[in-house]
Design a protein around this ligand. Structure first.
Ligand code: ARG
Length: 460
């Protein structure tokens, strides 16, 4: 294309297919704000060290502001022949301001430029993910408080195991999200360094002030090795990894929401505004948002794998392979952002069908362990207690009766150690209330953890 920025060495024009094959502007234009910000910081630094004149610097900074306006208004003449966001903007700058535009790329390469742009973009995406994670955490804590006493079956192997409180289950989700937030915060630390000044790979012959550009762009410090700075994409992989694991968590939650809304479980109701209908079956109300979150987890997982594979064969320093990092990274960030937003809005708005959830726990012999523990307190060895209760459950299954529905007479048929007071431990409420220690499912513990979570969320 006319306007290419590296024609000097070439004797023929780029093959049309190769031009299209190597172009990335159709997706990396998403980085235009970061690219312009980075260029302005670079120009001001060159000015401060005496490489760019005041007049040229002003023309560059103002010209780039004008270009940002053009892009935002949809008036920018994007040209795939100019390959990427960097050369599109630089060519446009020179078209607008002349000579000064051609001086901007002094002491710089697209290699340190793109490494800076992506870090700036990802830092903002990381902050957004953290904010959304916290909004969702808030919602879960509210829901946990509301449902601190609601009883549902806890499952292992998807079989009814022991009664738990719905609030306890919501706080389990909260804990997963707290770890996710920690991973993003940790990744942000390593991401927060500025490659500018590394130039193509070896640094530059100009007296650059790297501290200054790093500071202006809000980075903690400049990178310490130019070869590493232009070829490191660890920060992208770390983001994708944190996103993939967060999406795994959201996907597990999605699976539970799908199960719980199914008429076979019928533990919860989702507001109509978060559900969709069927084009053929009039009775349907489908949990599509949860299913799409489960589906989008696949994108995030794929992105992580793509990035790991992209990097594994690359010798130092920059290789064009790196251009392939953007689409998976954007895709993972979008899937994460949209999924977090969907759940932060939807989950706290669910209604627990308390009677149904409680009934499912009652029907599933969920207090069998409580009866065994009771026998142990009467002096029976746990293994014997286990056997005794197993026989009682077999009897209950045969006669369609829960343990709490048997007479004292009937229960004493299995063990003489059983007394009048047994019925206190056989109730669902008694069962959850008895697990009253740090990390247990008792309503009192749920309330204590809600208070601790609120305190944590109030800090920073
Ligand atoms: N579009 C490129 C990328 O995304 C920018 C750097 C190109 N550098 C180069 N030497 N071809 O990585």
């Amino acid at each position: 294309a006319s306007g290419q920025l590296w024609t000097g060495r070439f004797t023929e024009a780029t093959d049309a297919f190769v031009e299209a094959f190597t172009a990335s502007e159709h997706y990396d234009r998403r980085l235009y704000r970061e690219d312009i910000r980075g260029s302005q910081a670079h120009a001001r630094m060159l000015n401060a060290v005496g490489v760019l004149s005041d007049a040229d610097t002003r023309a560059i900074v103002e010209g780039l502001d004008a270009i940002a306006g053009e892009i935002e208004r949809g008036e920018f003449p994007w040209d795939p022949g100019l390959e990427d966001v960097h050369m599109n903007i630089e060519a446009r700058l020179t078209a607008r301001i002349g000579e000064a535009g051609k001086r901007l790329h002094t002491a710089r390469s697209r290699n340190d430029q793109i490494a800076t742009d992506v870090r700036l973009w990802l830092r903002a995406a990381t902050d957004e993910a953290i904010a959304l994670l916290r909004r969702f955490q808030h919602g879960l804590v509210d829901l946990a408080e509301r449902e601190a006493d609601s009883i549902m079956p806890g499952f292992t192997h998807l079989q009814v195991a022991q009664p738990v409180t719905f609030g306890h289950h919501m706080l389990a989700w909260y804990e997963m999200l707290v770890r996710d937030e920690g991973r993003f915060r940790d990744a942000r630390e390593r991401l927060d360094v500025c490659p500018l000044g590394s130039a193509a790979l070896a640094g530059t012959t100009f007296p650059v002030d790297r501290e200054r550009t790093a500071r202006e762009l809000g980075f903690r410090e400049p990178t310490r090795n130019s070869l590493d700075a232009v070829s490191d994409r660890d920060f992208a992989i770390e983001f994708a990894s944190a996103a993939a694991l967060t999406m795994t968590h959201l996907s597990r939650m999605a699976e539970e929401l799908v199960l719980w809304t199914s008429p076979m479980f019928d533990f919860i109701d989702l507001p109509d505004r978060f559900c969709t209908g069927s084009s053929i079956m009039p009775q349907k109300k489908n949990p599509d948002v949860a299913e799409l979150v489960r589906g989008k987890a696949a994108r995030a997982h794929g992105a992580l794998h793509t990035l790991l594979t992209l990097m594994k064969g690359q010798p130092l320093a920059y290789n064009r392979d790196n251009q392939e990092d953007k689409e998976p990274l954007f895709d993972a960030a979008d899937a994460l952002r949209d999924s977090l937003r969907a759940f932060a809005d939807m989950v706290p708005a669910l209604t627990v069908k308390r009677d149904n959830a409680r009934e499912a726990a009652r029907r599933g012999f969920a207090t069998a362990t409580d009866l065994a523990d009771y026998l142990v307190r009467q002096g029976v060895a746990f293994r014997d207690a286990h056997e005794i209760v197993g026989r009682a459950v077999r009897h209950g299954v045969a006669h369609g009766r829960d343990l709490a529905e048997m007479s004292l007479e009937e229960l004493r048929g299995f063990s003489e150690a059983i007394g009048e007071d047994v019925f206190q431990v056989l109730t669902l409420e008694g069962s959850v209330a008895a697990r009253d220690h740090l990390g247990g499912t008792a309503p009192a513990q749920v309330r204590a953890q809600v208070a601790a979570a609120r305190e944590r969320l109030a800090g920073d």
